[in-house]
Design a protein around this ligand. Sequence first.
Ligand code: ADP
Ligand code: MG
Ligand code: ZN
Length: 591
Amino acid sequence: IGQLKDEILLKKNHLLTSRDWSSTDFPWSKKVKEVLNLVFKLNEFRPLQHETINAAMSNEDVILIMPTGGGKSLCYQLPALLKCGVALVVSPLVSLMEDQLMALKALDVPAAMLTATSTKEEVKSIQDAMLNKNGKLKLLYVTPEKLAKSKSFMTKVQKMYGLGRLSLIAIDEVHCCSQWGHDFRPDYKFLGILKGMFPDVPILGLTATSTSRITVDVQKMLCIQGCLVLRASFNRPNLYYEVRTKASSQEECLQAVEDLLKTRYCSQSGIIYTTSIKDCEQLMHGLRNRKLRVGCYHANLEAPLRSKVHAKWLSGEYQAVVATIAFGLGIDKPDVRFVIHYSLSKSMENFYQESGRAGRDNKRAECILMYRLSDVFRISSMVFTQQTGLQNLYRIVEYCLDASRCRRAIIASHFDEAWDSQDCNAMCDHCCKPKERKEMVVTSFCQALYKLISNAAAVDTKLTAQKLLDAWYGKGAANLRDISIPVPKFSRETGPKAAAAMSDKHNIIMHISGKSVPLLSSEESHKTERKIPLTSNNKSLAPYQKIETLNETMTKSVSLKTTRVPKVEVLDQRIASDDDIQVCGAEKRRS
Ligand code: ADP
Ligand code: MG
Ligand code: ZN
């Protein structure tokens, strides 16, 4: 029976997929166009918006996968206006709901939200609107908690359904249903009952998280197996991607940005992203001193000031905004010609989203990331307490360190998208100017680093990334150095990338009692008081006792300029023996 069911679902999905959802011959097609123009004040649809709207109007369940900023909201807002009654929108964050409500209010669309903090009066008036045949309310935003925990609210929704006034159910950030997603929310599990309760109401799941594993899981959780899945491409053909080496001195970094703004991007408009508010202000002052017209934008500025900066940028008075990630929502300038990342982002998702603000007009625009090793330490100390913080960071580090693969191919593979090497069209630094590759065996470096870490552990000394590098180069604390280890022949800053990557702690993760923690740079660890001991007096917590390679490249020679350096994982299972180093070195010979 199970097999039969699977076959039926597959058939159903096949039928749905083969229909022409972009047709303009649906009974509502004329109305759709009108509402798009007159209510939303937009000229045309972005990819897959029209398809999703037609499917929702046909009462089909849909999962829509679209990059952030692609325009998912319109896909449920527009059908909500065309259909009779109220659309229920499940959204994980109150702040997201507030943004949506503000935007809808500006368009005169009647919408409301219900949260744990809604007052009795608000709840009452919303509930009246839900059940009133002549009620104007079109969209009702709720948190999943509200649905899961408020029985009385659920009863009202059922009543509304009974009156035929529940038009559709949109679930934003629908990947939160899945344990495989990066931010699983237990309350999203409750949403699985909706299909059974309201069988003829279409469910529209929206997300930018696209692996097929998550999609299948989400369908199962929501009981909409076999539903239509629409997946928009993450590829932005008009964006040129480049990674540059960032200098170590502030002065040189400033110079580099100044050069870009005064020559390559002369009289063009752009955004410069920084990691912290302090960096943001510093960079702005530095650039202003160099006679550049820039403003800064971050969360510590009062809202009116932020609007002013935004307005000056829109009008062209500012060539660029130096910003933290606070500069994002509602940024819709079409002619952003460049986005510079002054430091790497926290994740590929962040990077994709931030750099994606360039070239919304589909004309050529550039996304430049300035990479240096010490920024990785800075950011790792900010993100390592988050559940997948480090994992996310290392993906973008890989993007930066890779010295030969097409940048767009890396982005595509991150978002689980098929990629053909022709697709880039020389729109990234590597495809534009292929680099020569040298090959090098890095086994001995791994062994040297492992030895230094072991030495530190043996003398019960705290080790940071910076100290490890010092020791390797024969500097720093004497008890951490090891005269039997040769000093590397390449320089610390500008040496070959693979060597940097090896010395780069991004490949060394310690698992202390099941938690991953990075080795921090000494500077950061002082600041954050998060020095991580490499040894512990408590034997059961001894942090690293086994070294494993997770990357097969260790066994072969490793391309010098790529990140395919061995990943060294330090696990807390047992004391490392020589054999483990052999595994790590994987040269199948005793050293
Ligand atoms: P997502 O939820 O996919 O991240 P949003 O729905 O928040 O994206 O939309 C991002 C921005 O794109 C919004 O400012 C929205 O007004 C704009 N937008 C959406 N659809 C269109 C369109 N067809 N044409 C122009 N702008 C659009
Ligand atoms: Mg959204
Ligand atoms: Zn390329």
